[in-house]
Design a protein around this ligand. Sequence first.
Ligand SMILES: [Zn+2]
Length: 346
Amino acid sequence: MEEIEIIKPDDWHVHFRDNEILKAVVPETTRHFARSIVMPNLVPPILNAKQAIEYKKRIEKAIPTTDNFEPLMTIYLTEETNKKKLKQAFKDEAVFAVKLYPAGATTNSDSGVKDIQKVMPVLEMMTEIGMPLLIHGEVTDKEIDIFDREKVFIDDKLNFICKELPDLKITLEHITTTEATQYVKEGNKNLAASITPHHLALNRNALFVGGIRPHNYCLPILKREMHRKALVEAATSGNPKFFLGTDTAPHLTKDKESACGCAGVFNATYCLSILAQLFDNENSLNNLENFISRNGAKHYNLKTNNETVLMIKSNETSIFREFLHIGNQKIKIFKPDFPVFWTISK
Ligand SMILES: [Zn+2]
């Protein structure tokens, strides 16, 4: 048996949804993580401090009393976002960061930004006060191939924002390509990227193993093996510009296994075990703590957590539960295609 003790991790990108799903998924995250940045793409989206505060209360109600957890709230950037009110919300610590979804990029992103120029005054204000911008980095033009949308976003949109506002604190979220890892490595010092467990574990073949696999469908979509390898290299390298954002995104199986299945992978339950195994497989366990517990906190100018967690490698493969049940509905829990020997104890 092998053991490692590491600083308690944070998850810098989660979807808690609302109502019954929220109650079921929040404990899956709070069991292992100390803090999470919570995405605002509800229906309707979280657009202001008041909505963020109310949403935070609903999340806090769902946290088991045994867990020490802080949700960090975001608001959904639109072309109508009020600069003055946003500044106040950040000063009041009601809102931690702003999320930029290009209109139509993913689940519930219809009210997203169409024209970056229209939000530049808000981004300038955020640069002045040090408020982070979180970006879903994909263009949404129907003419652009779905596998190229991240690269085109970097070339056409992100590069513009980075040139105009070199001091803006930006997280390019859930990156999926060699081009993204390269751009972030070479980019502004305030530019960093989050990476998900499923993009580290799977390439795009996983979408079509013996038939269509709706539970591996997410956005940005899985890419070729060479891109997955670039992500693994970035995550396991210890480079402080890369950190964990699981993008755990629950949908009921009935909505995934459908003629028009929803995008999103629910990975909160076993993501740390899976990551420990991934890093172990790469002989990089020494950099696991950087990726899941240190780099993100540093990027967001937060202290690392005081608590620690113990990760244990057993001789036998872990048996994962397949579903999280919600009444008579269920959510499929992500599991990779390699054996996992690591478990987390509190
Ligand atoms: Zn997401």
